[in-house]
Design a protein. Structure first.
Length: 491
C-alpha cells in the first residue's frame, strides 16, 4: 500500500526566530517554549539550585531564558515568574533613595534590598495558594504597603518615586509608629523597614514557587562609575537575599541575567567566589573541528523542527556540503563555514540563517546564494551589531571612525602600528582617537583577534568568544573576524 508522500518544505518556510527574545515572544512564542534549547540546564538550575547569576556575552540567549521561564510558568499553576527590565532604570533618584553621609557600598545594597523585597511581597500577594490572607502579620504588612502606595505592581521607577516622597507614611506590623519620611529620616528608616520585611517574610508559606528575573543590564551599560557601583550592589544584595530565602525555606529566588564583560568590570572583590558558587556561564563555543556537534547547529535544527513538526537536518537538506571558494575543491564543511561567520552565539547564528533564507530560491542554496547571504549578514547585521556592543564604552563618532580606519586599511591581518598609521592619515587634525582603547574594545567584543605563534612556529588565533580570559596584545598581529570581511570589502 502506498504511503502518503510528505509535503515538500523549502528553506524559506522554516522559522528560525528573531534576534530579540522580547520580539520573538510576541510573534512566535512557540520558539521560546518548544524551540528553547537548554544545553546548560538553566531551567533546572533556576528552580532547583542556588545558582542565580546567568552570565553570557551579548547575544548568548540571556533574555531568552527569562522569556522561556515565564512562558513555561504560564502553564503551571504552581509557578510564578516575574520579568523586570532595567532599560529605563532611574539611577539618579535611586542614588538618593537612602540619604545620609554614607558611601555607596553601604547604601546601594540596602536600597536594592528595599526595591527587591517590594517585588517579593507583590509576587507573594498574587499567590492565592499562600497564607497571605490567613496569616495576620502578612496580611497587615500587605495592607500597610498598599496604603502607602508601594503595592501592587511596584515597578522600580514607581517604588523609588513613592519611597522618596516626603509624605510617605508606612506602619508595618511590629513597628507601631508610622513615620513621616524626610530627607534626614530616610537613611535611618529604610534600612529598618528592610530588616522588618525580612522578618515578616519568614511567616510566608506556599506550595507554589516564585522567580523574579532581572534583565536589561546590557541597556544601562555606560562609562559612568555610579552605575557600575549600583549594578555591583544589585548582584551582591541579590546573593544575600537568596541565601536568606534559602535559609528560611521560602519558595522564592531572584535571578540576574548579566553580560559577562559587564560583570567582569564591576567593582566587587568576591566576583570569582560568586562565579564559582552561584553563576552559570552561557558559553556556546564548540571545537570547530567537529561542527556537527555544535550546540548552535543543534539549536537551528531544533527550531526548524518546531515549525516543521518532524526532525530535520537543515544543513544537510538545504546547503551544499562544502564551500568550495575560488574554484578550489574540498572546501570547509558548510557548518564550519557558517559558524566561522559568527561569534558562536544564538543571536549571530539565527541572524545568519535568516539572511540565508533571504538569498534562497529553491532546492539547495547555490554557492553564489550562500555567499550573497553571508555578505548581507556581514553588512546589515554583523558590523552594526559590533557597533552596538561598543556603545557605552566609546562615543558614537569614535565608533564610526574606527570602522572607517579598519575599512581603509584594506587588510584582514595587520599590525597595530599599521592601524595607527592609517588613523593618523585619516584623522591627524581632528579630535584624537584613542586607538589602543578602541582595539582592546574590538577584541573584547570579538570583532578582532590576535595571531600568535607557538615555539615550534605553529600559528594560533586568539578570540574572546573562544576564551573569555583572553587578553588583547597590541604587539601581536591582529585579524578581523570573518563576519567583518564582506562589510569592509575584504573579499
Amino acid at each position: 500500500m502506498a504511503t502518503r508522500r510528505e509535503k515538500t518544505i523549502t528553506l524559506k518556510q522554516l522559522i528560525f526566530g528573531k534576534t530579540s527574545a522580547e520580539r520573538e515572544v510576541l510573534e512566535d512564542p512557540r520558539l521560546l517554549r518548544e524551540g528553547f534549547l537548554d544545553p546548560f540546564d538553566v531551567t533546572g538550575a533556576a528552580w532547583n539550585t542556588g545558582k542565580f547569576l546567568f552570565l553570557g556575552y551579548k547575544g548568548s540567549g540571556k533574555s531568552a531564558i527569562g522569556e522561556h521561564l515565564r512562558l513555561i510558568a504560564e502553564s503551571h499553576g504552581d509557578q510564578f515568574v516575574r520579568l523586570l527590565h532595567l532599560a529605563d532604570f532611574p539611577f539618579t533618584p535611586f542614588s538618593k533613595l537612602i540619604e545620609g553621609d554614607i558611601g555607596p557600598e553601604s547604601k546601594y545594597p540596602t536600597a536594592w534590598s528595599w526595591l527587591l523585597l517590594l517585588q517579593v511581597f507583590d509576587s507573594m500577594c498574587r499567590d492565592q495558594g499562600s497564607n497571605v490572607n490567613s496569616e495576620d502579620t502578612l496580611f497587615f504588612a500587605r495592607e500597610a504597603l498598599r496604603t502607602a502606595g508601594l503595592l501592587p505592581s511596584p515597578d522600580f521607577k514607581h517604588s523609588i518615586s513613592v519611597s522618596t516622597k516626603s509624605s510617605l507614611s508606612l506602619a508595618l506590623p511590629g513597628f507601631n509608629a508610622s513615620y513621616e519620611s524626610t530627607h534626614q529620616g530616610q537613611a535611618a528608616e529604610i534600612p529598618f523597614f528592610v530588616e522588618r520585611l525580612k522578618l515578616i517574610l519568614q511567616h510566608w508559606t506556599s506550595q507554589s514557587r516564585h522567580l523574579i528575573i532581572i534583565d536589561g543590564l546590557d541597556d544601562v551599560l555606560t562609562q559612568r562609575g555610579p552605575q557600575y557601583d549600583s549594578l555591583a550592589a544589585l548582584i551582591y544584595e541579590t546573593d544575600r537575599l537568596n541565601i536568606s530565602f534559602q535559609k528560611d525555606s521560602l519558595p522564592i529566588k531572584i535571578i540576574v541575567l548579566c553580560r559577562t564583560d559587564l560583570f567582569e568590570k564591576l567593582p566587587n572583590a568576591n566576583k570569582n567566589k560568586m562565579r564559582q558558587d552561584a553563576a552559570i556561564t552561557l558559553d556556546w563555543y564548540h571545537d570547530p573541528r567537529a561542527p556537527t556537534n555544535s550546540k548552535l547547529i543543534e539549536l537551528i535544527n531544533h527550531r526548524a523542527m518546531v515549525g516543521r513538526g518532524t526532525a530535520t537536518d537543515v544543513f544537510a537538506e538545504f546547503f551544499p556540503p562544502h564551500v568550495n571558494l575560488y574554484g578550489h575543491p574540498n572546501g570547509p564543511d558548510v557548518r564550519l563555514f557558517l559558524l566561522d561567520l559568527t561569534r558562536h552565539t544564538p543571536r549571530d547564528i539565527i541572524a545568519l540563517m535568516n539572511y540565508m533564507q533571504n538569498s534562497y530560491t529553491r532546492g539547495r542554496l547555490s554557492l553564489e546564494q550562500l555567499l550573497a547571504g553571508a555578505r548581507s549578514y556581514s553588512v546589515d547585521y554583523f558590523v552594526p551589531e559590533i557597533k552596538d556592543e561598543l556603545t557605552g564604552y566609546m562615543r558614537p563618532e569614535d565608533i564610526d571612525k574606527v570602522m572607517i580606519v579598519l575599512g581603509a586599511l584594506r587588510k584582514r591581518e595587520f599590525l597595530f602600528t599599521e592601524l595607527a598609521d592609517q588613523a593618523k592619515r585619516l584623522y591627524a587634525s581632528s579630535d584624537p582617537l584613542d586607538l589602543e582603547l578602541a582595539a582592546r574594545l574590538l577584541f573584547d567584543c570579538s570583532a578582532i583577534g590576535n595571531i600568535g605563534r607557538w615555539p615550534g612556529g605553529t600559528t594560533f588565533y586568539t578570540f574572546k568568544y573562544r576564551n573569555r580570559n583572553s587578553v588583547f596584545n597590541p604587539d601581536e598581529r591582529m585579524i578581523l573576524h570573518r563576519g567583518m570581511w564582506k562589510a569592509l570589502n575584504l573579499t
